[in-house]
Design a protein around this ligand. Structure first.
Ligand code: SF4
Length: 337
């Protein structure tokens, strides 16, 4: 496949390029790559070298993304590429996200081939995931456009660190997104992710107010870094006030890895504490993740409290939602069912 000319860049002096895809706004000299490794200045033009180069495909339960209110119990074709535009010291996928394209076993797959693979596997959706799909936005657009023509849905699993103009293009054919809200302090974002909180909050508000994309949020709780009751209360209050009570929130457990191997695993009781705070503060749907916790992973009717979708880890054990409503009291359940 021919190298793909990138979108979202401007020429500067000395054949340098300003990449305007994400708020990092890298200035990239000729022959160099941006922070994310997969956008390269070749002879004064920016190329998307991750285009058509997935690191592999998997068919996952959609609950693994995690999405609990978007086609629950279905499977989703999932892939990512090398590279990432964040620098999370706790990255749970760092072998991919911190690889340059030639260091990982990247495949070649055209957008048509990706959509055909989804059809062949009989799955109703495709996930752009594992690393942050923002950085291969051109590939996302071409696949999601084709997928929509085939009635296959597209899901972004992202940190939401994307430029205001570029996001209008990248999300044009996207149906759902799980956005990480990694913490609720700028100190955490700055120190542990090399990005900024406000840009992520801005993306969440934009997705909610200006698009039809179904959104869910994930917060990985890291002991001693973002797990105080006060911070969890602030985070959940912000969600209720700015996005409403019906955006599902997932608190997931951290495993020591990459540059944070000295930290301990998240105790299940921390996840439980966070979930209880979120529910008390008005979030209607809150889940725990990366642990076995049937209560914390079950969808309850916010009106009559009936258990509706009973889950264990990524498995749906029972689904009693009927035409998007609680089977018991008829309350509408937010989501795409
Ligand atoms: S997308 Fe990559 S190259 Fe572009 S600004 Fe962000 S990190 Fe830099």
């Amino acid at each position: 496949m021919k190298l793909k000319l990138a979108k979202w860049w401007e020429t500067q002096s000395n054949r340098k390029i300003l990449c305007t895809l994400c708020p990092r706004y890298c200035t990239i000299g000729e022959g160099q790559k941006g922070f994310c490794f997969i956008r390269e200045n070749i002879e004064g033009k920016l190329y998307s070298t991750g285009y058509g180069r997935p690191t592999g495909f998997a068919v996952d339960p959609i609950e693994k993304k995690p999405l609990s209110h978007f086609l629950p119990g279905s499977e989703i074709l999932s892939f990512g590429t090398a590279g990432c535009n964040l620098g999370c010291k706790f990255c749970q996928n760092w072998t991919m996200s911190k690889s340059k394209i030639d260091e990982v076993n990247s495949l070649h797959a055209s957008p048509e081939e990706v959509v055909n693979l989804a059809k062949k596997n009989g799955v109703p959706s495709i996930a752009y995931t594992y690393n942050d799909p923002t950085i291969f936005g051109e590939y996302v657009i071409d696949i999601s456009k084709l997928a929509r023509e085939e009635n296959i849905k597209s899901v972004m699993v992202t940190a939401g660190y994307i430029d205001k103009e570029a996001r209008k293009d990248v999300y044009k054919f996207i149906d759902a997104a799980n956005v990480d809200l990694k913490a609720f302090t700028e100190t955490f974002y700055h120190k542990l992710t090399f990005s900024h909180l406000n840009e992520v909050l801005d993306t969440l508000v934009w997705l909610k107010n200006e698009t039809d994309v179904w959104i869910e949020i994930t917060t990985l709780l890291i002991p001693g870094e973002n797990d105080t009751p006060e911070e969890i209360k602030q985070l959940t209050n912000w969600i209720v006030e700015n996005l409403g009570p019906n955006v599902p929130l997932h608190f997931t457990a951290f495993h020591p890895t990459f540059k944070m191997r000295g930290h301990s695993h998240t105790p299940p009781k921390t996840l439980d504490m966070a979930r209880k705070i979120a529910l008390k503060e008005g979030i209607n749907y809150c889940y725990t993740g990366n642990v076995h916790d049937i209560d914390g992973q079950t969808t309850y009717c916010p009106n009559c409290k009936e258990p509706l979708i009973i889950r264990d880890w990524h498995s749906v054990l029972n689904n009693k939602i009927v035409e998007g409503k609680c089977h018991s009291c008829g309350e509408e359940i937010a989501g795409v069912f």
